[in-house]
Structure formats: structure tokens, C-alpha cells
Write a protein that binds this ligand. Sequence first.
Ligand code: F6R
Length: 248
Amino acid sequence: IHNVIFEDSNEGSIQVAREISDLIRKKQALGENCVLGLATGSSPIKVYEELVRMHREEGLSFSNVITFNLDEYLPMDKSNMQSYYYFMHEHLFNHIDIPAESINIPDGSLPQEEVVDFCLAYEKKIKDNGGLDFQLLGIGRTGHIGFNEPGSHFNSGTRVITLDHITRVDAAPAFLGIDNVPRKAITMGIATVRNAKRIVLLGWGDNKAKIIKQTIEGKISSQVPATYLQEHDNVTFVLDKGAGGELT
Ligand code: F6R
């Protein structure tokens, strides 16, 4: 793992947005699609804001971009303000020129008997598009990436997962109480993420310092799924001083 510590999250986010826009433009010049794996939550907000700015002010086009989001709560309606579908449109998709059919987000509104097939089809669709060129990640206090909670298998694909209690506690404010937080989610798997050609994980603030240290310096273990990233050959952790504060 290569890690870079920025003065603050703004600087780090701008750097990451620049890497993404360079990749999109490079692919455009080659006449190729650019396949991005995207995250939600507080960590990537500034990256999306900067990409929107580049679209408005610098003519960055997303016409060749295909996106796959990491996860979605289950059950979850698209129109619900707590949905990751809503989040992505609010922070990115409504403000750029990506074709609607190029957006892929796990569907938390499916009847239970259709979810397994959906997950397998999601996985296949990523492969059929040539795999993820770039995967953006945040990290949860449990060491989850996507919603791959402790216990997740190295070879896991897109599937239904039961959310860890800590993850539900962290989500509680957004849901106005833990009782409203869904107990499950659909998430890309560890293998789905590992297969990305390039991975950037964002970590901001003191409250991520402990899990960042465990992830980078700890031993690889399913108890801290993010440690699996140690085996990827093209991953960078983009941190601020708070999140990088406990690294030796
Ligand atoms: C979101 C996701 C999660 C978050 C993580 C950190 O799509 O997959 O792994 O990245 O829970 O959330 P924030 O950024 O809100 O601290």
C-alpha cells in the first residue's frame, strides 16, 4: 500500500478528482469507455464536488464513463433520501453529462427472491464492461470497504450482507435513530474490488486513524476486510493528517 498524507481533505480530494479526470480524458482520447467504481458516504463528497466543477468549468465530459456503485441498503427505495441512489444523483449524476444507462447502483428495492440473481448479474455486468478501471473507496470503523463487514471472504463477489452493529450506529444520525437503519445491504465483494485495476481509498479525520493504522500496518485478516487491500499492486490511501496520525 502506498499512502499519501495531505494537509487536509480538500487538497487530497482535489488530487483524487484530478487523477479521475485524467483517466477519463485518456480513455476518451483512445475512444474507450472509462469504468469507475464509486463510493458514497461523507468521504468522497468533495471529490464529486470537484468533478462537477471540472465538468462545468473545464469541459470535462462523462459521456464515455460507466459507473458501478459499491453498495446500497436493503431494503431501500430509490426515492428515499437516505438511499445511495439519491446520494449519487444529488452529489454527482444530476450535475454531469453521464448517460442514465451508464449508471449502475445496486437495487435495494427488489423483491427478496430477485436479489440473488441481481447480484450475480451486477457482477457479470462489471466483467462484461471490461472490469473496473478505477475504484474509489472509503473505510468504515469496522474496517469495511463497500459493506464488506468483518468476516467477509477474500473471494467474495456482489452479495447481500448483514450490517455490523457499529456500522448501523454510525449511520443512525442520518436515519434519525438506529431503529430506522436497515439491517442489510447489497455490496460488491472483496474480489470485485480487488479486481479493479486501480484503487484509491479516502480516509479523513481522527476517528479513522485507528482503523487506517490496522489496515496498513496490521496483519491481513477477514476481521479487518480492508487489510485485503495490502495484496493489491496498485492501491493508494489518500489521507489527511488526522487519519494518518497513528501511522508509524
Ligand atoms: C459507501 C461505502 C462505505 C463507506 C464507509 C465510510 O458506499 O461503501 O464503505 O465508504 O462506511 O463512510 P464515510 O465516508 O461516511 O465515513
